[in-house]
Design a protein around this ligand. Sequence first.
Ligand code: FNR
Length: 409
Amino acid sequence: MSGCIPASTHDSFHEKDKNEVVEMSVLMSCYNIDDLAKLARRRIPKPVFDYVEGGADDEVTLAQNISAFRRYQIVPRALRDVSSISTETSIMGCQIPFPFYISATGFSGMMYPGEGELAGAKAAAKVGALYMASTFSNRTLEEIAGVSDADKLFQVYVLNDQRLSEELLRRVKQAGYKGLCLTVDTVTGGNRERDARSGLSIPPRLTIKSVMQYMMRPKWLLGYMSSPHSMALGNFPNMPKVSVTNSEAFTAAMGQLFKKNLTWADAEKMVKEWDGPFAIKGIMSAADALKAKEIGATAIILSNHGGRQLDGTPAPIDLVEEIRAAVGPDMEIVVDGGIRRGTDIFKSLALGANACSLGRAYVRGLSAGGEAGVVRALQILETEFSRCMTLAGCTSIDEITREHVKRVD
Ligand code: FNR
């Protein structure tokens, strides 16, 4: 089966030097998103890997985001002409080749020192995928916009400093981002005990606990120490670089930056000022979904921040049906959390979502191999998703309906 992402995305092997050929073959031998995680684990220090993979408290929500997909079984339809299928769709005013996109992940300079977010944005542009930049990127939103002429979204955290927040939105508009996404589940940091155990500190501190972890990844360490962007708050050049000695301090430092008294009235004002595709990320109830619709948001992202914030919240996939029924057919719904397989995306759409967004599935590719690693992650999911559509007897996104999935408890 051929997908939207051609094999030629990975340029001809003849043009590559030996290292690149070896690197490409290592990535191509990652057959799924979990394989990319295994490769990432070998390439980035444990504290950074744990920062990416970990969740809050007992990580119950983190695990359930993934396992909840098993509650849904795919019901294929037989004897349908699937000789030609299209995975194209649209979200937030952007035409996209497949119904998933790269979600905002801050501090990508930790996962891929040097290029950081630029590697992700370039990979997305290469395959026409949608990329959402984070407020807390290490590179500036203008640099990210500059490396890709593909459509992009911007994720916004509202800061305590109102003047800075207003200035940020002006810059986002000017840089040509198509849609704005307000994250509402981060008024304070989550309790991520994995980070404390593995000795996360920024910049890396070579303590007895962590020295081996960093020294065993010399390429990462060199790249990280030599890059001026590592842990810079790219979008706020006048703010000092993040420097914290432990995970609690990291959470506290981030928490202090956020506006804690953000309300629906502020969100409504932002929707009006932005005057374009606007999503609220972190919606977890039908009541809030309806509120988002009422204030004029065009999309909601059902998300518990990948289980990184409040442990014990439901898996987003379990909310889709109820929330679709509440908001009606027109509002766009994105499922965010636990997407590791093309079949997860198919199930989300069958239950009523318009698209899915990728957190760790993307970061694993980035940590494993920068731009090429992200292309590989997108390619894996695109191939899995189009194969799933074909086997389920669907030739277009519109043909994926509620009858294609059944819930088993
Ligand atoms: C995130 N996420 C996130 N969300 C956001 O709105 N702004 C941000 O800056 C970040 N940063 C971030 C960093 C890292 C390392 C991770 C793993 C996640 C959350 C992200 O956008 C998304 O909601 C979840 O990651 C989705 O869950 P999965 O796909 O990781 O299971």
